[in-house]
Design a protein around this ligand. Structure first.
Ligand SMILES: C[S@@+](CC[C@H](N)C(=O)[O-])C[C@H]1O[C@@H](n2cnc3c(N)ncnc32)[C@H](O)[C@@H]1O
Length: 233
């Protein structure tokens, strides 16, 4: 006769002890495998990012993807109310996932990424988004969203590593797609806005520090650029 144990469930059904043990161990094993897989996906993303950085340190601009805290801060004012959104330098999608969590549908996202491997993976991860493997400085005239303007641009580009002419091209192109009242969000690890005052003045833009992310390593600041007047850009 086999030993029976009573499981704490409403019906009080008795099952053989070996069966209960087997179920318990298989549940633990499944949990362990799941956690290993998710840890590996996390590690695989960092490995891909690090490899890309090693191949092009200035172009990638960071050795690891942005933290969830920074992704949350840079997307804080963006959501389904923004309509269509452009993301510059999506990398492995740290900000893209935050945009999705904020309610921006993939179909409302245009992801601009110059690295072909990152662009390929972004197409797999966000199949409904428009992924453009393109230098963000060539955005002007690019037919995104059938000519509709967007509510926000979220920028993950290493602007400080870029010459002024490229920065100006990126801002001109981005604001050509931004509707009146729309905003351009960017981040930096330094205390100052990465876009110099001379460039802001030339383009008629205002910069305001919107959020600080002390928990990021290193601490980061989110800046918000808007037009000073309807005549700007
Ligand atoms: C600092 S990483 C940020 C990646 C991601 N947004 C994040 O925060 O984890 C910068 C990204 O911008 C891309 N990038 C650099 N220059 C670019 C350019 N001119 N146009 C489009 N993407 C560019 C790089 O390939 C890289 O994926």
């Amino acid at each position: 006769m086999s030993l029976k144990i009573r499981l704490p469930q409403p019906g009080g059904v008795s099952v053989p002890e070996w069966w209960a043990r087997l179920q318990w161990w298989s549940m633990r094993a499944a949990q362990r495998i799941e956690s290993l897989i998710s840890r590996n996906a996390w590690m695989a993303e960092r490995l891909r990012f690090f490899r890309a950085w090693r191949a092009d340190p200035r172009g990638i601009g960071a050795i690891m993807p942005s933290s969830a805290a920074l992704a949350s801060a840079i997307t804080r004012e963006v959501g389904s109310h923004s309509g269509d959104v452009i993301e510059l330098g999506s990398g492995t999608g740290a900000f893209t996932r935050a945009l999705a969590r904020r309610g921006v549908a993939q179909g409302a996202m245009a992801l601009i990424e110059t690295d072909p491997d990152f662009a390929r993976q972004l197409r797999r991860d966000f199949p409904e988004a428009q992924v453009c493997c393109l230098d963000a400085a060539r955005l002007a005239g690019e037919p995104l969203f059938g000519g509709r303007t967007v509510g926000a641009v979220v920028c993950g580009l290493p602007l400080l590593n870029m010459p002024l002419r490229q920065q100006v091209g990126i801002l001109r192109g981005s604001f050509s797609h931004l509707r009146p009242g729309g905003a351009f969000y960017l981040f930096t690890y330094g205390p100052r806005c990465p876009v110099p005052r001379t460039v802001l003045d030339r383009l008629g833009l205002r910069a305001r520090r919107a959020h600080s992310v002390i928990l990021n390593v290193p601490p980061a600041h989110v800046w918000k650029l808007t037009r000073r007047s309807s005549k700007a850009l």
